[in-house]
Ligand binder design. Structure first.
Ligand code: SF4
Ligand code: SF4
Length: 118
């Protein structure tokens, strides 16, 4: 496990996925977008917001609440994260410490387990 993960995310990773707790973590995002320019996928995508750490966090949040449907945009957004963890560092540097890459990894597990029948 990534040593940068905090206790709450470790709980989410290792325990049963708790949607309420997962949403609480995602909802800590301040929407500052300092992370987006650190993401190589976002930059390669010509700056499509759903391909950024910020966009992925928002998509997972909306998906959990049922505000959006699972579609190709969601799948592409979540499953193209390279797990490089660059977003973790900048989010921490800016004082939020959301650990977006860890939440996106959890989001992949959530999608696979609960939505894709994996
Ligand atoms: S840097 Fe952190 S708080 Fe800011 S938009 Fe990115 S994930 Fe959200
Ligand atoms: S871990 Fe994923 S979301 Fe974060 S910067 Fe790397 S590719 Fe982008």
């Amino acid at each position: 496990m990534d040593s940068a993960l905090n206790n709450s995310v470790q709980y989410l990773m290792w325990g049963e996925i708790n949607e309420e707790k997962f949403f609480e973590e995602l909802n800590k995002c301040r929407r500052c977008k300092f992370c987006v320019d650190e993401c190589p996928v976002y930059l390669e995508s010509q700056r499509i917001e759903t391909m950024s750490p910020f966009g992925r966090v928002q998509i997972l949040k909306y998906l959990l609440k049922g505000w959006i449907e699972l579609d190709d945009v969601v799948i592409t957004s979540i499953y193209t994260c390279l797990r490089c963890n660059r977003c973790i560092e900048v989010c921490k540097d800016k004082g939020v410490d959301l650990k977006p890459a860890a939440l996106i990894r959890l989001g992949k597990a959530f999608l696979t387990k609960n939505l894709l029948g994996g």
